[in-house]
Ligand binder design. Structure first.
Ligand code: SAH
Ligand code: SF4
Ligand code: F3S
Length: 467
């Protein structure tokens, strides 16, 4: 039993990292049982679920998409905003109901909510039907905890782990495009953000281990690798081995994977060397997600983002100049404590300046324990909603404009799967990460093909194979 602890999570005392070879030799003690796995949140969680799925299958279970058929339910949760939290609590209500009828049902809560002290205390007190709560730094403990499962709620959360797990096996969702973790945790402590608490200190995997994993993905025929970290620019700083993210990117590109991507990069410390490497390799996609958060230097300072509006603009211009066809998308928060109409106007001005190809926009949500939770959340809900609406109108305008520019152009698309809406179509992504629905059959899946764009909407494109 190990409870989450914000003080421990805050502790960045650099104790030596242990590189742990996780055990994948798991007894299949849950044969004839079914599991139901539901994932909330970001790519990091989606990828963690691929590890969770491996363990559940190794234990002998089969997957089900119907909650009512499950013997084991795993919720891989997200804590980023209150609405993410509310969704999980709502779903737990359904699980509780089911457990009343099915006494042997095992309910497991994993992901970022498991790292929040106040949330776990609430689950302990008011949701006693939950069997296991497992933190993001303890995923490899899942099989052990399921095997040992006693009659009491067990909580296992390393708030700040000094472990980098290696030898992890994943049950990957795709045979075409793969996620690869390059680091865990985050040390940036943007004042609004819960992630440094739920995922602990920044720890990099060693380059040789990452390359080994990527090599085997290339050998298995993968077409795309996306390197994952909360802040990939920081890769290597904790290792002190003389290499950084640009070096890693270059080494992975040289393995010959047809498409290489990364998320997320922070505008602070996005080095010239990184920009040069992206420009130099054709297989590094010309797509960068560069979260702005706010266009006001005053608010950026309060957010602890470590750059000003002018520094962001300078970086943006450099990327556009050096990387041919660079497409840049962003994240923006409105209604941060103390944000005035003038600050918000600065954000709109930045959107005008950058004309983003796309943006995820959010209303500020106070997260307990973060630095900004001690600031007065003084922008009214009405004002927050109105700013979000005005921002989205502008963002959608530029996103549509950038799509319209592609009309009648021929672009390379990696085909991912059959279209959900139309059985005569497949879907895929351009090098610049735009979603395209293409007329064609399943024989195209897994291939990078030239597509002529025939229609442009705000959030997707239509196209035909260009012969
Ligand atoms: N590590 C990534 C982002 C992780 S969270 C990065 O730094 O870019 C994804 C996005 O959620 C953030 O970029 C931010 O825009 C938003 N976000 C994070 N905390 C939030 C909060 N408390 N309220 C509203 N949006 C938030
Ligand atoms: Fe959160 Fe900032 Fe870290 Fe991103 S860089 S995960 S926004 S603290
Ligand atoms: Fe991701 Fe949500 Fe955690 S966005 S890092 S799953 S809080």
């Amino acid at each position: 039993m190990r409870l989450p602890n914000y003080n421990e999570a805050k502790d960045r005392n650099k104790v030596d990292i242990t590189y742990l070879n996780v055990n994948n030799d798991i007894d299949a003690i849950y044969t004839n049982k079914k599991y139901f796995l539901r994932t909330y949140g970001c790519q990091m969680n989606v990828h963690d679920s691929e590890q969770i799925r491996f363990y559940l299958e190794k234990l002998g279970m089969n997957s089900t998409d119907t909650l009512e058929d499950a013997d084991v339910v795993v919720l891989n949760t997200c804590a980023i905003r209150e609405n993410a939290h509310d969704k999980v609590i709502g779903y737990l209500g359904r699980c509780k109901h089911l457990k009343k009828e099915k006494k042997d049902l095992i309910i497991v809560v994993m992901g970022c909510m498991a790292g929040q002290v106040d949330v776990v205390e609430d689950l302990q007190k008011n949701h006693k039907y939950i069997d296991l709560i497992i933190g993001t730094n303890n995923i490899y403990d899942l099989p052990r905890l399921l095997i040992e499962k006693g009659s009491k709620q067990n909580i296992e959360v390393y708030s700040n782990s000094d472990i980098v797990p290696e030898n992890i096996t994943y049950e990957r969702d795709s045979k075409i495009s793969a996620w690869v973790n390059i680091m865990y945790g985050c040390d940036k402590f943007c004042t609004y953000c819960i992630v440094p608490f739920t995922r602990g200190r920044e720890r990099s995997r060693k380059m040789e281990c990452i390359l080994e994993e990527c090599k085997s993905l290339v050998a298995s025929g993968y077409q795309e690798i996306t390197l994952l970290g909360q802040n990939v620019n920081a890769y290597g700083t904790d290792l002190n081995l003389g290499y950084d993210f640009a070096d890693l990117l270059e080494k992975v590109a040289e393995l010959g994977i047809p498409r290489l991507r990364f998320v997320t990069s922070h505008p602070w410390n996005f080095t010239d060397k990184m920009i040069e490497v992206i420009a130099k390799y054709e297989n590094i996609m010309p797509y960068i997600h560069l979260p702005l958060q706010s266009g006001s230097s005053r608010i950026l300072k309060k957010m602890n983002r470590r750059y000003t509006k002018e520094e962001y603009q300078e970086l943006f211009d450099k990327m556009k100049k050096t990387i041919p066809n660079a497409v840049i998308t962003t994240d923006i928060i409105v209604g941060f404590p103390g944000e005035t109409e003038e600050d918000f106007q600065d954000t709109l001005d930045m959107v005008e300046y950058c004309k983003y190809d796309g943006a995820f926009t959010f209303i500020y949500s106070e997260r307990k324990g973060t630095a900004s939770s001690f600031m007065k959340d003084d922008v009214s809900n009405e004002e927050k909603e109105s700013r979000l609406k005005r921002l989205n109108e502008l963002v959608n305008k530029y996103s549509k404009e950038s799509n319209v520019k592609l009309l009648d152009k021929v672009v390379p698309v990696l085909v991912i799967g059959p279209s959900i809406k139309d059985e005569n179509k497949v879907y895929g992504y351009t090098d610049t990460m735009k979603l395209v629905n293409i007329e064609g059959d399943e024989s195209l899946i897994g291939k990078i093909i030239d597509v002529k764009i025939t229609d442009a909407k705000s959030f997707s494109l239509d196209g035909v194979v260009n012969n």
